[in-house]
Ligand binder design. Structure first.
Ligand code: SF4
Length: 423
């Protein structure tokens, strides 16, 4: 992007695709949610396929006391020959007896449990009555039918909202599961601005659940939390509209929106943010040397595509060719659309073959896509980046801005070394 690039895509046409999609399912969210919520257990009610997905996606946890598992639906359950509810109750009782440290139990629905119409909401109510007050049992769906992998977190957090305690106090709620160290950085910045009474959904433990009410203002940390936002609106809370805290500019705009909502003056804002802003700019500049002028396409996968395209174009000088996203939530994405460079092709939803045809025609320097599509594209000489890495890596706020840019620079540098090994 250069200084003459016009910005603002609020009224740009959006190509809507409704075809075959190829993404991980919502069970994937368990991999980062179980790390965040330290007294929670995620019990997937699913098939051996679901168990294999979790084991391979979260294989590293094999060395730790696991906080997720799968209640396998056998063929007899699927054929309706056995009462899956009785088995589920027995399985939960066994688990909670063995693991008294569990305070929140999530029954996570899957494609098989949805196909046999196992009513996990009723099961959660029934099991809460049995195991309260020590354990709270909730349910949500991580099924891969018509969903994408980040929706698992959205469904989980939305399921928590009705049970959050009520308050009339004026509080700030940060919404989204970030690594503890990044969450702590955000809290430090907000404390510096003089905003206290900050709570986070999800809390690290059940007794740290945030309270919500008509004087709660909330700021989303992730762009894929549309259902959670709707549930919080339903509790009377007010969303602070802002770009998402990726990169120096996004972080500053996010903090500024929060600061304005709480009446923080400009001098305080500058005192708290000037130094980390300068650090972030320097760190981004180091990686931007590799990224400037390069063309990038996002295939729809993580729902982080719009904020990342905004960061890469405005702070790193990249040119977005196509920005595909599984869902384009106009309300949550308004501030991002306003900052995107005009001319990028926007698409919503997936139709894999047509999208791959466009990638082949465009031949961008870098394609951000799901793991299943990366290898075929690499074999055609295209450089790729796995979208899923972006939810497993700390990338929010000032101190991670350089790392975020470096994540995209790395595959381009590798490509350069492979094609031109001379120093
Ligand atoms: Fe596969 Fe569906 Fe289980 Fe996900 S929930 S692993 S898509 S069967």
């Amino acid at each position: 992007m250069n200084d003459a690039t016009p910005f603002g895509c609020q009224s740009a046409p959006v190509l809507r695709e409704r075809g075959q999609h190829e993404v991980f399912c919502g069970l994937t969210g368990i991999v980062w949610l179980h790390r965040k919520m330290q007294d929670a257990f995620f019990l997937v009610v699913g098939s051996r396929t679901c168990a294999h997905l979790l084991q391979s996606a979260a294989g590293v946890m094999i060395f730790a006391e696991p906080r997720f598992g799968t209640a396998i639906l056998e063929e007899g359950d699927l054929a309706g020959l056995k009462d899956a509810n009785d088995e589920l109750d027995r399985e939960v009782a066994r688990l909670l007896t063995r693991r008294p440290d569990i305070r929140q139990l999530f029954l996570v629905g899957s494609c098989p449990s949805e196909v046999i119409k196992l009513d996990l909401a009723r099961a959660a109510e029934r099991l809460t009555q049995v195991h309260a007050p020590h354990v709270r049992v909730l349910n949500y769906s991580g099924s891969g039918i018509e969903t994408t992998f980040t929706q698992g977190e959205d469904a989980c957090l939305a399921a928590m909202v009705p049970g959050l305690p009520s308050t009339d106090a004026a509080n700030l709620l940060l919404v989204g599961a970030l690594p503890d160290v990044v969450e702590d950085q955000a809290r430090t910045l907000l404390a510096g601005l003089g905003i206290d009474h900050v709570q986070v959904l999800p809390g690290r433990r059940a007794d740290q659940d945030p309270a919500v009410g008509p004087n709660t203002r909330y700021a989303l940390l992730q762009p894929f939390l549309g259902d959670t936002a709707a549930a919080l609106d339903g509790r009377g809370a007010t969303r602070i509209a802002a770009p998402f805290p990726f990169g120096e500019e996004g972080t500053t705009a996010w903090l500024r929106a929060v600061a304005e909502a709480f009446g923080i003056d400009e001098a305080t804002f500058a005192r708290v943010t000037d130094a980390p802003r300068a650090r972030a700019r320097r760190a981004v500049a180091a990686a931007a040397e590799t990224l400037a002028g390069k063309r990038i396409t996002f295939l729809p996968d993580s729902q982080l595509e719009l904020p990342l395209a905004r960061f890469l174009s405005r702070e790193c000088g990249m040119e977005p060719v196509e920005i595909g996203t599984p869902y384009l939530h106009a309300g949550l994405m308004g501030p991002e659309l306003a900052l995107l460079p005009q001319g990028a092709r926007l698409s919503e939803g997936q139709d894999v073959d047509r999208q791959l045809d466009r990638v082949r025609a465009d031949r961008p320097d870098l394609t951000v896509c799901g793991m299943g599509l990366a290898n075929p594209l690499e074999s055609e000489g295209l450089t790729t980046k796995w979208a899923i890495e972006l939810v497993f890596t700390p990338v929010h706020f000032y101190e991670q801005a350089g790392d975020l840019a470096a994540l995209f620079a790395r595959p381009l540098r590798r490509k350069r070394i492979l094609t031109d090994p001379a120093p």
